[in-house]
Write a protein that binds this ligand. Structure first.
Ligand code: NAP
Length: 261
């Protein structure tokens, strides 16, 4: 098992460290979701990703308490569903109550409502952040053009954009556009977006004696892209965290990048 302290972090503009490897919880609900989340914390994950839409915030909060891991050691993200635009305060308050915490570490606009950036939502996010209900704010599924619209209207840049990512979606320009603005890229659905049988991944995995899933996660880390694999299977929860003991060479990285072209 990898030591907790080994998980590298992305530095948010707020100064906070966000573990590059976190635990996704979409479709992890009920007893199974709660047990999986607690197990993940026991194994050393220190970053949990939930959302109002996942309807599992109470399970995630219970898992956090059951694990005995101190609240301040866990980076906790939740998200505002687009259809709750206009109900930001109520929605975040409900999230905090369900999670059983005073504040989350990151609150995201889950997706642009009707494909619109909606700077007034972003303004309310800033107000609730300033009140201390969330330590950082960001967006999800936003394009760079939509992010620029938020910045032009309010003067504040999101800390994070959570977007679908994986080798077949690799696009160096997208990464560079976020970095130029000081935005951390957080990738989601690393496995669902990947053919885990792709020959390149199989070759690289064999060379390191790991699985192709582990190669995909390691590839994210070496690109400094936050990755949040979800699993309710104990062996996979452990394996997905066990990606700190090998390193992909520059040649292997670029061959995997090539799946995105
Ligand atoms: N912002 C957004 O709009 C958005 C959208 C989608 C997801 N997300 C976030 O990103 C997280 C991850 O994405 P995701 O849940 O869509 O998909 P994912 O993490 O790419 O894939 C999860 C699936 O892969 C399986 N799996 C887990 N580890 C595996 C391994 N080592 N080898 C093979 N299969 C494995 C899981 O099965 P078992 O669970 O049965 O083990 C599950 O079926 C979500 O949980 C959520 O927190 C955000």
């Amino acid at each position: 098992m990898s030591g907790v302290k080994d998980i590298p972090t992305a530095r948010l503009r707020t100064g906070a460290g966000m573990p590059l490897l976190g635990f996704g919880t979409w479709q992890a609900r009920g007893t199974r979701g709660r047990e999986a989340t607690r197990y993940a914390l026991e194994q050393g994950y220190r970053h949990l990703d939930t959302a109002t839409m996942y309807r599992n915030e109470s399970e995630v909060g219970q898992a956090l308490r059951d694990s005995g891991v101190p609240r301040d050691e866990v980076f906790l993200t939740t998200k505002l569903p687009a259809e709750r635009a206009g109900q930001e305060r109520r929605t975040l308050t409900e999230s905090l109550r369900a999670l059983g915490v005073d504040a989350v570490d990151l609150w995201l606009i889950h997706w642009p409502p009707n494909g619109q950036a909606r700077p007034e939502i972003w303004q309310r996010f800033q107000e609730l952040r300033d009140e201390g209900l969330t330590r950082a704010i960001g967006v999800s599924n936003y394009s760079i053009r939509q992010i620029d619209e938020l910045v032009e209207a309010t003067g504040e840049t999101p800390t994070v954009n959570q977007i679908p990512w994986g080798p077949t979606l690799h696009d160096a320009t997208v990464l560079e556009e976020h970095r130029a603005r000081g935005i951390v890229v957080e990738g989601y659905s690393p496995f669902k977006n990947t053919d885990l049988d792709a020959p390149v991944l199989r070759e690289v995995a064999a060379a390191h004696g790991v699985s192709t899933a582990q190669v995909v996660l390691r590839w994210h880390l070496q690109h400094s892209v936050v990755v949040i694999p979800k699993s309710v299977t104990p062996a996979r929860i452990v394996a997905n965290l066990d990606v700190l003991g090998f390193e992909l060479s520059p040649d292997e990285m670029s061959r995997i990048d090539g799946l995105g072209r």
